[in-house]
Design a binder for this molecule. Structure first.
Ligand SMILES: Nc1ncnc2c1ncn2[C@@H]1O[C@H](COP(=O)(O)OP(=O)(O)O)[C@@H](O)[C@H]1O
Ligand SMILES: [Mg+2]
Length: 411
C-alpha cells in the first residue's frame, strides 16, 4: 500500500485554466448574499440568524446520518432531554454544534479577529470544541478490521483512513499537508488579494480538507464549519441568513459524488498539471458555489416581507381559532418583524387595548417564545424572536417536509 506522503499530491489547490464560470459564480454569490442581507433590519436579522443556527446544525449532522428531529432540538435548547439515550445523545450533539457555530461566528466577526480559517490551530480548535461536548458514544470509531479507536478532541489522526475509495494521506505526514493547506488557503497571503479568487479558494479548500481527512472522525462537521467560517470571513454569510449545510444536505448524493470525483487523479495531459483531476476540482467548485447561491435565493424568497406578513396573519388566525391568542397579537408580530423591537406603550397603542389586556397578549407571545422582554429601569421593550418548534409556521420549508408536518401537528 502506497500512501500519499508529500503535499504536492493534492495539487492543483486552485482550479487551473478556463475558470470564467467560477468567477461569475463568485460574483453572483457576492451580489445575492448582499441582497439577502439587505432584506431586514439588523435586529430582526440577528433574531432570524439565531433561529437558523439549529437548522445549520440539523443539516450538517444529517449529512452524517444523524437525523435529530427539530422538535428534539427545540427541547434540547430548553434543556429538556429525552429519556431515550439515543435521542438524548443526538440532542447533545445538536447543542454542541449550535454552541460551537455561535462561538465561531462571534470570534470571526470580532473587530480585531486574528483568525485564519485555514490554519491548523483554528481547525483543531473546531474539532476540539465539538468533540469535548459529544457523548462518549460518538467518540468511538471502528476500523475496517473491527478494532475500536477513540477520537481525541482537537488532535490529528494517528491512524490511516479510507473515505469511500480514497485513502487519506499518510497520518505521519499530516502536519506537512496541513501546513501547505494553511499557507495556500490563507486569505491574508499576497497571492490571495482578490476576493473572487478567495471565494473560489473557499470552494476548492472544502474538498481538499475533506480529502486530507485530518481527523479520525468528525471531518464532515469540521469541514462544513470551516466553510461557514470562510463565508463569515468574506462577509458572504448575510449575517447568518443562509447555510451551506442545508444546501449540501438537500443534494447529499450529489455532494458525496462530487467529492469522490474530485479525489480522482488526473485523466490525461489535458486535465491540468497536478496529481489530482483539475476538471473534477472545477466541477466540485461549481457545485459548491451553485449550492451556496441557491440557498441565498431560497432564503430571499422565504424572508420576503409580503410573504412573512401573510404568514404572520395566517398563524394568528389559527391561534385565534384555537383560542390561544387574541387577534390583536398580529399587529405586534408584524411590528416586531418589521422593526425588530417594540416598546410596551407602542403595544398598547397599536393594539388599542388597555394596559392589562395588552400585557395579557405580550405575556402569551412571550410564553410562545415569539417575544423576548427586556427591562431597563421602567422601560419595557419586546424583541422579536422565533423558536424552532414554530419554524414551519413562519419559515416553511426550512426543515424537510415530513419533519415539518409533525412540527405543525405539535403546535
Ligand atoms: N470521497 C470523498 N472524498 C472526500 N471527502 C469525502 C468523501 N466522501 C465523504 N467525504 C467527506 O467526509 C465526511 C465524513 O467524514 P467523517 O470524518 O466521518 O465526518 P463526520 O464524523 O463529521 O461524519 C463527509 O461529510 C464528507 O464531507
Ligand atoms: Mg463520521
Amino acid at each position: 500500500m502506497e500512501f500519499y506522503k508529500t503535499p504536492n499530491a493534492m495539487e492543483p489547490l486552485y482550479p487551473d485554466g478556463e475558470i470564467r464560470l467560477l468567477e461569475n459564480l463568485a460574483i453572483e454569490l457576492i451580489e445575492k448574499s448582499n441582497r439577502l442581507e439587505g432584506t431586514m433590519n439588523p435586529t430582526t436579522r440577528k433574531a432570524v440568524s439565531e433561529f437558523l443556527r439549529p437548522m445549520n446544525s440539523y443539516y450538517s449532522n444529517l449529512i452524517e446520518g444523524h437525523d435529530t428531529h427539530p422538535i428534539d432540538i427545540a427541547k434540547a435548547l430548553k434543556k429538556d432531554y429525552s429519556n431515550d439515550k439515543t435521542k438524548r445523545d443526538l440532542q447533545l450533539e445538536a447543542l454542541a454544534h449550535i454552541q460551537l457555530h455561535k462561538a465561531i461566528t462571534e470570534e470571526i466577526t470580532e473587530i480585531d479577529s486574528a483568525i485564519i480559517p485555514s490554519s491548523s490551530g483554528f481547525l483543531k480548535s473546531i474539532h476540539k470544541r465539538f468533540y469535548d461536548h459529544l457523548p462518549e458514544e460518538f467518540t468511538v470509531v471502528k476500523s475496517k478490521e473491527g478494532i475500536e479507536k477513540h477520537v481525541i478532541p482537537g488532535e490529528f489522526r494517528v491512524d490511516e483512513v479510507e473515505v469511500g475509495r480514497h485513502i487519506g494521506p499518510y497520518s505521519g505526514s499530516l502536519i506537512s499537508f496541513m501546513d501547505r493547506f494553511e499557507e495556500f488557503y490563507n486569505p491574508l497571503s499576497n497571492d490571495n488579494k482578490s476576493k473572487i479568487r478567495r471565494i473560489i479558494l473557499a470552494a476548492a479548500s472544502h474538498h481538499r480538507l475533506a480529502w486530507i481527512h485530518p481527523f479520525l472522525d468528525g471531518n464532515g462537521r469540521v469541514v462544513r464549519l470551516y466553510s461557514d467560517a470562510c463565508f463569515l470571513y468574506e462577509k458572504l454569510d448575510s449575517n447568518g441568513l443562509w447555510s451551506i449545510s442545508r444546501g449540501l444536505a438537500r443534494r447529499n448524493t450529489e455532494y458525496k459524488s462530487k467529492l469522490a470525483n474530485a479525489d480522482l487523479t488526473r485523466y490525461n495531459d489535458y486535465d491540468g498539471r497536478g496529481n489530482l483531476s483539475n476538471k473534477m476540482l472545477i466541477e466540485f467548485c461549481v457545485f459548491f458555489l451553485e449550492t451556496a447561491i441557491d440557498q441565498t435565493d431560497y432564503m430571499y424568497k422565504v424572508l420576503d416581507v409580503e410573504n412573512m406578513l401573510s404568514r404572520i396573519n395566517a398563524f394568528t388566525d389559527l391561534m385565534v381559532l384555537r383560542k390561544r391568542l387574541r387577534s390583536e397579537a398580529r399587529y405586534i408580530l408584524e411590528d416586531v418583524f418589521l422593526k425588530g423591537k417594540i416598546t410596551k406603550s407602542d403595544v398598547e397603542r397599536i393594539t388599542n387595548r388597555s394596559e392589562k389586556t395588552a400585557k395579557n397578549i405580550t405575556d402569551t407571545l412571550e410564553a410562545m417564545d415569539l417575544l423576548r422582554k427586556t427591562k431597563e429601569g421602567i422601560h419595557v421593550t419586546f424583541y422579536v424572536n422565533y423558536p424552532v418548534n414554530l419554524s414551519p409556521m413562519f419559515f416553511p420549508g426550512i426543515y424537510p417536509g415530513d419533519k415539518e408536518s409533525e412540527m405543525i401537528r405539535a403546535v
